[in-house]
Design a binder for this molecule. Structure first.
Ligand code: MG
Ligand code: MG
Length: 258
């Protein structure tokens, strides 16, 4: 059952999403060759608590950390480790926080040092596919129109769209109805209505769409060990149109993007 939110609840959700956005901005400052996932995780937990919020992933389904950190061929749900990142790595950082009783859930794939042009392109196309999915999140469309937009763009570049993991409704719990796949045919699923709040999160692989899981029970990685990218925003539908609750502005400011 989809839980539609009032405009007041959406405002509270935006504040939770911004905690995550600011935290990813702090991650952006630190993520350079030599830094470890555990260092980023500690920074993120402290920052979330400093903002008066609670880490959203820590303990959720027994996940052990504040951040899911998934470098290179890891797609999502990677556990922060002591292994330093190296020049040329890409690192997907997914973060959740609880504020006002609502969850924020938001992810970005960072470049570490000098990244190869073909990998930079994977990141660019994945981010573009996220925004195309967001554009499709409007009254008059159905849920599958979001995945159609994402899949169409990613596959036009020859990339693989992960099937097993999907976006989701978000609110007072991290994962609510509906599921929001990153693939699909047009015009299927529930009609998009005002008050819908979802996390849209394309996971796009440079090669095969097939996945593997590490025996840590968490880490999902690509079937061919080629890189994967992951960008995620929280989105609400207000007055028929998508409103992005999270923002990459804090990251872009640190990285000098735009
Ligand atoms: Mg996430
Ligand atoms: Mg999510």
């Amino acid at each position: 059952m989809i839980i539609y939110k009032t405009e007041e609840e959406i405002e509270l959700m935006k504040q939770a999403a911004i905690v995550v956005s600011k935290t990813l901005g702090e991650v952006a400052k630190l993520i350079t060759p030599g830094v470890t996932g555990l260092q980023l995780d500690k920074l993120a937990e402290e920052h979330i608590r400093d903002l008066g919020a609670i880490p959203g992933f820590l303990g959720l389904y027994d996940f052990p950390n504040t951040l899911c950190i998934s470098p290179n061929a890891e797609i999502v749900h990677g556990i922060p480790s002591n292994k330093p990142y190296e020049d040329g790595d890409i690192v997907s950082v997914d973060c959740g926080a609880i504020l006002n009783g609502f969850y924020g859930d938001h992810a970005y794939t960072f470049e570490v040092g000098d990244v190869a042009p073909e990998i930079k392109k994977l990141l660019k196309v994945t981010k573009e596919s996220l925004y195309l999915g967001i554009e499709a999140t409007k009254v008059g469309n159905r849920i599958s129109d979001i995945g159609y937009a994402i899949q169409n763009h990613a596959e036009s570049h020859g990339y693989g769209v992960v099937r097993e993991l999907v976006g989701h409704g978000i609110g007072r719990t991290m994962h609510e109805d509906p599921q929001v796949p990153n693939y699909g045919k047009r015009g299927r699923g529930k009609k998009i209505q005002n008050g819908l709040t979802i996390a849209i999160e394309p996971m796009i692989n440079m090669g095969t769409e097939k996945i593997n899981q590490l025996d840590d029970g968490w880490t999902i990685l690509t079937g061919d060990n080629l890189p994967s990218a992951h960008f995620e925003h929280d989105v609400a539908v207000v007055d028929g149109k998508p409103v992005i609750l999270s923002t990459f502005d804090y990251i872009d400011e640190v990285l000098g993007n735009k």
